[in-house]
Ligand binder design. Structure first.
Ligand code: GLP
Length: 231
């Protein structure tokens, strides 16, 4: 496996390192960036906002979006990205799945077509407590392209902290598939905090299995894993 794991216990240092990896990718000429949402990304986007990095010649492509949540809802991923990054660091073009599309399946197909036209040079990834990447829940086929998913109860519970109540957490999302993610040339996975231990352990120790989606990264030639956990 080509996984390169860097364990950095101090979170400030860990996110400084994450920022350096993004900066090096920009300087090396990466043009198309796969972006992620989630609490894990906040300190990284903070560093990027406060940097001199320029993405105006780059495109961004986000991993996923909730279905049925208004784009103006603060927890929609488009609103998150605008607030955390795009307002201050605009890209030439930013792509997210449209969670308000009348026909979500057609929207997923459109997004997959876009991903086939444009090679991602760099993909930023977090990981769910159950090992999901994007919103690819356990059991998702490794051959999957962009598709609609029904969110697992555990994922909805984990994300309920961002909503007034569990009822308001959407039940579905559009996510890049595992095959879509694996086409990226370089991947940076950030796994921080005790809640991510099971997923990280599986990635570092277990076999590659569809029941823990993140384990597919063992089959990718260029992955850096940043973590504060000693495994
Ligand atoms: C969410 C997102 C993922 C993210 C993960 C972890 O459900 N769809 O892209 O990596 O869960 O989120 P957090 O970083 O808040 O722990």
């Amino acid at each position: 496996t080509a996984l390169e794991v860097e364990t950095i216990e101090n979170l400030e240092a860990l996110y400084d390192r994450a920022f350096m990896i993004v900066k090096e990718a920009v300087e090396a000429g990466s043009k198309n960036f796969g972006l992620a949402t989630g609490g894990t990304m906040l300190p990284l986007y903070d560093r990027i906002r406060n940097s001199k990095l320029d993405f105006t010649k780059c495109q961004s492509v986000n991993l996923d979006e909730y279905v049925g949540l208004s784009k103006t809802h603060p927890e929609s991923y488009i609103a998150f990205m605008k607030q955390q990054l795009f307002h201050e660091k605009p890209f030439k073009k930013s792509n997210l799945p449209d969670g308000e599309a009348i026909d979500p399946s057609a929207e997923a197909a459109r997004y997959e077509e876009l991903l086939k036209q444009l090679t991602l040079d760099f993909q930023l990834l977090g990981v769910g407590e159950n090992g999901h990447i994007g919103f690819n829940e356990p059991g998702t086929s490794f051959d999957s392209g962009t598709h609609i998913v029904k969110l697992s109860d555990s994922t909805r519970l984990a994300n309920a902290r961002f909503f007034p109540s569990l009822d308001e957490v959407p039940t579905e999302a559009i996510t890049m598939g595992i095959a879509s993610i694996m086409r990226a040339k370089q991947i940076l996975l950030i796994a921080v905090g005790e809640k991510k231990r099971m997923a990280l352990e599986a990635l570092l120790k277990d076999e590659v299995t569809e029941s823990i989606p993140v384990t597919i990264l063992k089959n990718h030639p260029n992955v850096i894993v940043l973590t504060d956990l000693a495994i």
